[in-house]
Design a protein around this ligand. Structure first.
Ligand code: SF4
Length: 291
């Protein structure tokens, strides 16, 4: 299916974040063409596109850099500082979705932050090695980190569930390149994939590889099986691998989470890696059920 690209004028770009660990969020795009099957943003970002399929549309906020400049200046005047807290790229898109090559909105927003002399932390999380094209701008920021979402080390698994995203091996290479360039990096193991990545051996293997390429901080996240995410994911699994549905279903209990958290903490022990927020994050409370 040919994706639908909409050029739009955003009304705001530097917005308060509802995500743990960040104060502000910048989304140069709305929608994401990587189309991951577990994507939580699919339900948040689709208010503009209630009838369209996630992964088939992208809103390009063509005025994002100019708007960001205006909003930063206004906040500086009001708050008398160049540090308004931590800034995160992005919550309802991947900031390096392929069309960044054409529109360069993430790059231009980073340039605006660098020119402004932004003093807070700027964190970029992506699945795309395209971020490496911006190492020159990243180096101009006072406090920056680039994170890659890494849910498996197996390209076949990443291709299966992160359908149009760059393969995980290319992400690992990009982490290494950023590290060599002196950019602090982190990894986001989220969601921890039931069946594929949830045992201690797989998590340890992943952590070994991440440490090998210079990662010093790792974030973990439980899979979010809210009704809307589940409907989309199970529809896909029902067609492609129905035997996996019971495996994912098991992950939707407090007991599973507790057990998995034990596994994660054990795998992290003694590595000298920082754990984002010191815990495996989750986005919804679950009922107690027997596994
Ligand atoms: S890359 Fe991120 S925003 Fe894009 S589809 Fe995947 S999980 Fe969603």
């Amino acid at each position: 299916m040919v994706p639908k690209i909409n050029l739009i004028q955003a009304k705001s770009i530097f917005t308060k974040s509802g995500l743990p660990g960040s104060d502000w969020v910048i989304n140069p795009y709305n929608g994401c063409l990587f189309g991951c099957m577990y994507c939580y943003a699919a339900q948040i970002a689709r208010w503009r596109h209630p009838d369209e399929i996630w992964g088939t549309y992208l809103d390009v906020k063509i005025n994002a850099p100019e708007l960001l400049k205006e909003e930063l200046e206004k906040l500086k005047k009001r708050l008398k500082t160049k540090n308004f807290g931590s800034v995160f790229f992005s919550s309802v898109t991947d900031p390096y979705v392929g069309l960044e090559v054409k529109y360069q909105l993430t790059r231009k927003c980073l340039e605006v932050l660098a020119d402004f002399g932004y003093e807070g932390n700027v964190s970029i999380q992506t699945k795309s090695p395209l971020v490496t094209k911006d190492i020159d701008v990243l180096k101009r920021l006072k406090d920056v980190a680039v994170g890659f979402t890494v849910t498996t080390l197996d390209d076949k698994v990443s291709r299966f569930l992160e359908v149009m995203a760059p393969t995980v091996s290319s992400r690992i290479q990009a982490l290494q390149e950023l590290h060599k360039a002196g950019i602090p990096t982190y990894a986001f193991i989220g969601p921890i994939l039931p069946h594929f990545t949830s045992d201690e051996g797989k998590i340890s293997e992943l952590l070994d590889k991440l440490q090998e390429v210079g990662v010093k901080e790792v974030w973990f996240e439980h899979i979010n099986l809210s009704p809307k995410i589940k409907a989309r994911l199970y529809d896909f699994l029902g067609k492609e691998a129905p035997e996996l549905i019971p495996e994912f279903e098991k992950a939707d209990t407090e007991e599973y989470r507790e057990k998995l958290e034990g596994v994660v903490h054990k795998a992290m022990r003694g590595r000298g890696l920082k754990m984002g927020l010191g815990k495996v994050i989750h986005h919804r409370k679950l009922p107690k059920k027997r596994i």
